[in-house]
Design a protein around this ligand. Sequence first.
Ligand code: CLF
Ligand code: SF4
Length: 289
Amino acid sequence: MNIEELSLLHPCFARGEKNAKGRIHLPVSPGCNIECRFCKRDFNDTEQVPGVASSLLTPKEAVEAVGRAKEACPDITVAGIAGPGDTLATDFALDTFELIKREHPTMVKCMSTNGLMLPDRAERILEVGIDSLTVTVNAVDPEIEAKINAGINYHGKHYEGVEAAEILIRNQLEGIRLISEGGITVKVNTVLIPDINGEHIETVAKTVSEAGAKLYNIIPLIPRHELATYPPPTCEQIDGARQKAEKYIEVFRHCMHCRADAVGILGGEDIGEQIYLKRIQGETPFSHG
Ligand code: CLF
Ligand code: SF4
């Protein structure tokens, strides 16, 4: 789907003004293959941040949840998968999208990933017919990325530091290229950590735009886990970063830092309770949206 079509149907691809469409996040992806220093994935009841989900669903349960969500709120037009782990670390997300395509063909299929496995999985992503893809790219300089991400598990091997960062960045950019060339609209999320990548946003925006991304979203750091003592960006810093990014790529401004099981219209009431029946308590993690 191109960005003009998405702009009307997808709350996270609305350009300029907000649209009144909603999304259901399906928490079907358990594990992750990288180690963001700000992320502690968990199942949690109360926190409104990405990566937190009540409990995992099977692909079949996820499809049933889409049916309930559409009934409760017909303006929900997007089925998104954004965690609680990475969507390409296991097959559950793509299996779920295949079922959704069959059972709910009008739903926009939206996937979010850290991008490590994108080149490996690009062909299947195109086959399944995802409509929009978000890749979280926090740096395009390995020295900076190594301060944000401790390591990766890739093709059965564990890599750390700059070596891990080099592989991750290479795959993210190659993946954005392949997916964009395949006709899927790509958005990039960057977690803004002023002390680490604050001066690097312009370079990230320029690089991902050259790779084919069409939209850019800056997510302020929620200080936790290994980055618990790092200050989050101020409003001025977020605004400054957006202005720099905007020189190269359109910027999305209505992000709500959704949980991995968020349901409803952005900024409106979350009806996840009603759709998923139960949410469980735990410590707060963070993920991509
Ligand atoms: Fe979900 Fe993300 Fe798709 Fe949207 S969220 S997978 S693109 S349907 Fe949207 Fe939520 Fe911000 Fe994400 S407001 S955290 S940008
Ligand atoms: Fe994995 Fe996302 Fe957490 Fe990073 S933020 S470790 S990609 S789940």
